[in-house]
Design a protein around this ligand. Structure first.
Ligand code: ADP
Ligand code: MG
Length: 698
């Protein structure tokens, strides 16, 4: 590809040069004209208006003031020192404070002269001051009257000291735009632009920096957000279509004895409507001749395991093997037991393979797998090791997807010549916008109904002062024959200090629940797999009444008799984790309870999380709140997904636009699956130019 003007290094832009270019690259990762063009203002301000010191009455607004610097001093020494100036206009005085970059600001400012300052007031010790305001000699200020929306670029003291003051940034951007505005390529087809009434891309990029008016700014933002969302969707859907076209799937057209015998003889209960619907969707996929890539979303306890088992039995009916991969050994063990029990009396060979499977056992297992006499293999990551070779693998089920990376997902279906069908199950409900983006290449099924007879878990929020009340309640529940989890927030399982918290907790609990009347299990990440296993087992067999644990029990563990979940320092957990933990109870017929213990000091986010837990048990609602509180950047899986590349669009605020983008990406590909039509070439070129970013998603 020939070099485009937008690929020119920024050092060649008038007013930058090599030294500043290097500084800019280090501080902002901007190194070409194109990247600079996408360095958008973070706000727009009316710099034609001046305020006075007496106008300052809140912390919220950005203000521009004109006045004299009447004093300047450095307070403190070394790293904690700060530069303080007194600023005065005809209405009063305020202080300006710098913690960084003091040296160059001191050199730049002369006491007694007049300056224009711009910044956001802070309330400090009952008085307003400005920290790190912009400061320019009066007369030098941006002289652009009648332009109420002036761009304001984020910068740092370091950059400012090299000439990238906000005012200079504006000048640099003007130079850039003048030079490139007629060379900005369109990225969408005219059909799309007309259908969605979008602003042309070059106009949008000019207006995002220098808006003609508020309406033009809104249209520019809409256009650029659309591009961000549209190209993610186009790429995801293209992956999906290419796969559907190229990758043949085994046709599982037969429903035979395995499935039917299980369904008629072994199924201990009626399937819920939602389970039936999902089994139907899966059956349709498996019979279609295309490889299935389906995400199964269902809240904790909604009965996903059963659905997975029925899908596996269809594979068996068609002469294939199936495997189920879980994120932890405990969970793999549990699946193995549940499934073996459910298949009781049926001619199906099931085996377990985890990190702790002995060498000797492995050997026989590998052989039977290759021969095909082993039908269902359940395990952990050990399943994707190269030594594990199936005779005829037809279906892979992955439980609790969020712990498996996107890359691992791909690795699985490269394992055999005809790739197996893939069913990914997740118990972390994901807001629709995020699912569309993270799993945009998968088909999605949702189990949106719990098995009948479940009582929603009652949730309470308590403080330390309520501790005795909580212990008394636990005793009552144990007297009724129930079991209890007490969970501690351990972020790093190998951190000794954190483990100490857990041990102290165990001490307290043991004192109140002493032997021989009470027995306690303990599970944490430092235990050997065998020890963990035997502690879990004691709890499962009701030999212990209380399980003190870290979040290693978070995922999938099923003990129907456990009806109380006590979460210590609950404010330190994220919402989805709290929801997962709460899902460990409420699995039997008894009324279950979740007790959130927290310290008195709560951040507003912490309080919101706990309040949300008390208010609702709906996993999707909780996921939405979580997304709003944290933003998508922190949610699981987004790091490698390239979502960080969203500059303007927000998965929280732009749901409508995202839907439009997906819809039109879909239409575009339906109309022109290989993007061969001339009018779609701008899109193809854009995808090629941004190839590097897309690598992160696929
Ligand atoms: P999850 O979706 O969290 O993996 P599980 O598959 O572990 O849920 O199911 C939770 C519990 O509900 C299990 O004990 C399971 O046997 C039970 N269960 C599943 N489906 C039904 C149903 N249709 N009716 C009654 N109980 C069910
Ligand atoms: Mg499960």
């Amino acid at each position: 590809m020939t070099k485009h003007i937008l690929e020119t290094p920024v050092e060649y832009l008038k007013g930058i040069g090599p030294v500043r270019a290097e500084m800019l690259r280090k501080e902002t990762e901007v190194s070409t004209f194109g990247e600079l063009l996408h360095y958008y203002p973070f706000r727009y301000v009316d710099r034609s208006k001046f305020y006075t010191v007496s106008d300052i009455d809140s912390e919220s607004a950005w203000l521009q003031l004109k006045g004299k610097i009447t004093a300047m001093q450095t307070i403190g020494a070394g790293r904690t020192s700060r530069l303080v100036m007194t600023f005065r206009d005809k209405t009063g005085e305020t202080e300006l404070v710098w913690f960084q970059g003091a040296k160059w600001i001191r050199e730049k400012v002369t006491v007694g002269k007049e300056y224009v300052i711009f910044g956001k007031p802070n309330l400090f010790n009952g008085r307003y001051n400005f920290t790190h305001p912009d400061i320019e000699p009066a007369g030098d200020e941006m002289q652009v009257p009648n332009e109420p929306l002036q761009p304001y670029y984020s910068t740092s003291e370091k950059l400012k000291s090299r000439g990238f003051t906000p005012a200079n940034f504006v000048r640099i951007m003007r130079t850039l735009i003048a030079q490139v505005q007629y060379s900005i390529p369109e990225t969408l087809s005219q059909t799309l632009i007309l259908a969605i009434k979008l602003m042309p891309r070059s106009e949008a990029l000019v207006n995002i920096h220098f808006p003609r008016d508020p309406y033009a700014l809104a249209k520019a933002q809409e256009r650029l957000k659309f591009d961000e969302l549209f190209f993610i969707q186009l790429q995801l859907l293209r992956l999906k279509y290419v796969r559907m076209e190229k990758v043949k799937g085994r046709v599982f057209g037969l429903i035979g004895n395995h499935f039917n015998d299980f369904y008629h003889q072994n199924l201990p209960f009626e399937l819920t409507g939602a389970q039936k619907k999902v089994v139907k969707e899966i059956r349709a996929d498996l019979g279609s001749g295309k490889q299935m890539n389906r995400l199964l979303q269902g809240d904790v306890g909604s009965g996903k395991t059963l659905v997975a088992l029925m899908a596996m039995l269809i594979a068996l009916d068609n002469g294939c093997q199936a495997c189920l991969m879980a994120p932890t050994e405990i969970l793999a063990n549990q699946h193995f037991k549940t499934i073996t029990k459910m298949l009781d009396g049926l001619p199906v060979e099931v085996a377990l393979l985890t990190g702790s499977t002995k060498k000797a056992a492995r050997k026989g297992l590998h052989e039977n797998l290759q021969k095909g006499s082993l039908h269902i293999l359940i395990g952990t990551h050990a399943l994707i090791e190269d030594a594990v070779q199936f005779g005829n693998l037809g279906l892979v089920v992955i439980d609790e997807q969020h712990r498996f990376g996107v890359a691992q997902r791909a690795r699985l279906w490269e394992k055999s010549e005809i790739p197996p069908h893939i069913l990914v199950m997740t118990a972390t409900p994901i807001p629709r916008t995020l699912a569309m983006t993270l799993y945009g290449d998968l088909d999605v099924s949702v189990i949106d109904e719990l098995p009948p007879g479940r009582k929603p878990v009652k949730t309470y929020h308590f403080y330390e002062k309520d501790r005795l009340k909580v212990f008394r309640f636990m005793k009552e529940q144990i007297a009724l024959g129930r079991q209890i989890y007490v969970v501690y927030p351990i972020i790093n399982e190998s951190d000794k200090l954190e483990l100490q918290d857990l041990m102290d907790g165990l001490d307290t609990v043991s004192r109140y629940f002493p032997l021989p009347e009470y027995h306690i299990s303990i599970v944490h990440g430092q235990l050997k797999a065998g020890e963990k296993e035997s502690e879990m087992k004691r709890f499962l067999e009701k030999l212990t009444q209380i399980m003190v644990a870290t979040t290693v029990i978070e995922v999938g563990v099923d003990v129907p008799n456990a009806s109380v979940m006590v979460i210590e320092n609950a404010e330190r957990f994220g919402l989805s984790q709290l929801h997962q933990l709460r899902g460990r109870v409420g699995r039997g017929a008894d009324q279950s309870h979740c007790i959130l213990m927290s310290s008195y000091k709560l951040t507003s986010d912490g309080r919101k999380r706990l309040d949300t837990m008390v208010r609702t048990t709906d996993g999707f609602e909780i996921a939405e709140v979580d997304l709003h509180l944290r933003g998508p950047g922190d949610l699981q899986g987004t790091q490698q997904s390239g979502l960080v590349g969203l500059k303007l669009a927000s998965l929280v605020k732009d749901e409508k636009l995202l839907k439009i983008a997906r819809e039109f990406a879909h239409r575009t590909l339906t109309d022109d699956p290989r993007l061969e039509k001339p009018e779609n070439q701008p899109m193809v070129i854009h995808l090629q130019r941004s190839e590097f970013d897309w690598g992160k998603i696929s």
